[in-house]
Design a protein around this ligand. Sequence first.
Ligand SMILES: *Cc1c(COP(=O)(O)O)cnc(C)c1O
Length: 218
Amino acid sequence: MSDTDTCLAAVRAEIAKAVKASRRNPDDVALVAVTKQRSAAEIEPLLLAGLRDFGENRVNEAAEKWAPLRSRYPQVRLHMIGRLQSNKADDAVGLFDVIHSLDRRSLLDALVAAGEKAGRYPAVYVQVNIGAEEQKGGVAVDDLPAFLDAVRASPLPLTGLMAMPPHGKQPGPYFALLAELARRHGVDGLSMGMSGDYPVAVMLGATALRIGSALFDD
Ligand SMILES: *Cc1c(COP(=O)(O)O)cnc(C)c1O
């Protein structure tokens, strides 16, 4: 077993524990392995272990790294989890199956235009600025209903809501708020939970966990 196998087994055990405690269906909680700044050699054990969902936060880095890996593992689904510039929309649509960071009208328009050209539309999560932080991406909570209407009127499949709780605060209340917003607006998916807080996120309804450092022994 590699160190990665040990870490992955521990993460899976933690997820299973939280799934069981919250009486949820294990099939409703997906693990997206965040591999930003990780080399192909570091990623390979995760592919060998059967993971197929991977998160990256930079278009260029992801394109370079995943071209060779994907030719060997064609079922891989790539998730864009970082802030996305509209001028990278063409590349992003070519590369990513799911975009977790849709947070503004200009980016929505750019992704729709890129999707039309490519004949393929990525699934999207709408990122919510759940802690009303100046420096963070995400739609303001008050603007969410109108923005969701715009996404629903577009050809992009709306998968759910995504958020990152403010640094240094208890994440639970923010996860609960995101889950409540999803309920209120009839959205199913919840992309929330990272290495430091994913068991809580599972308890509060996360359907996609974005986990990086906990999978790597460093
Ligand atoms: C890096 C990153 C993660 C993973 O963080 P870890 O703490 O390494 O698990 C999840 N989501 C986003 C948006 C990230 O940028």
